[in-house]
Design a protein around this ligand. Sequence first.
Ligand code: FES
Ligand SMILES: [Fe+2]
Length: 399
Amino acid sequence: MAKHEYGEVDAMTSPPDGAAVQSATEIIRDLDEQARRPRLDARAMPASVYWSEAFHAAEIQKIFRAEWCCVGREQDLAGAGSYVTCEIAGEPVIVVRDEDKGIRALSNICRHRMARLLEGSGTVKRISCPYHAWAYDLSGALARAPLMPEDFRTDGIRLPEFAVDIWNGFVYVSLDRDAEPLTSRLTDLTGRLANFRIDEFVPLFRARETWNNNWKSLVENFTEPYHFAMVHTETVEPALPTRLTDHEQECGEAYNIFHQHRVPGSSFEYDGDVVYANDQLAEAEQLVQPIICIYPSHLIALSAERLFWLSLQPEGTDHVNIFWGVDVFPGTIPAGEEGEQRKQELRASFERINEEDRGVVEQIQRNVRSPFAEPGPIAPKERSLWEFQRYLARRLGAG
Ligand code: FES
Ligand SMILES: [Fe+2]
């Protein structure tokens, strides 16, 4: 589908014509009712969860300000002072490698007059404010405040710090310092994926973009293979056909998962043979490609040789900021010019797939406020959507 086929999406803040304005509590109750249906009788989520401002505010408070959000890979922060900036639930955050090689997440708001400290990514010796040059060390402690009175003391002034957890080389931040560590919620998944050696994958490229849809539509789209034949007719479907997907995988409280199976010898990602450099994977496992959502919004498509992942942050009800990338297993990509070409091919393939999906999820956003928009039954291949509904209902406190 062409990128701009559906045009720009208008802000959608009001209910469909004639519909009563529902409170977040009422929508959460509807969602919970839906999520309690037996799996094989499951239905898509109520349309209001995609456009209600009240529901969105509840999601920000109870999910994005409380949960773990992926901010990239450990290897994106190579040495001391290496940093990336991001926003979690609208909160500006710096993720930085400190002097002791630990990874810290600090508030990106200066303690003087609240200016933004760092932008983008890069490497710094100190975190220096662009407004009046207050400078913080890599632990977030104020180290310098020029032209302040002689008796001004910097000690005790620090950037607020958030919780960090690392799972398989992915770095996660939670604004809630008391959040239960993500790694302990993913123990069984860690075991199931151990042979893939995810922590060894190395970064190939990174990208950031904003789509005009609710974040949940993209989570749902990524975690169901039901649409492959129609939306990815010439890309994903020939190599990883819907009929070969296994949605009977046990899911956890903190994630959902299904398995794709590759048609031997096929790849939509680049010309040439796939190199299986990871000898820990048995031959049958080399053809298995798990698709995982680590709740709320970290999406992973894993294979023996590459790791395609997206981390989503909602911006209002109808925009989503996407940080995504591809990492590869060491030895998969040849050195030199050939390797560079492979990298470009991989990037082009995933950009194409993203555009195919983007056409659909942005169109859905245009439809959700229609008085005729009613959720229908979901297919067995969409099991992950049912799992996701149940997660949302739990986190939003439906009981
Ligand atoms: S706001 Fe940062 S030094 Fe003034
Ligand atoms: Fe898709």
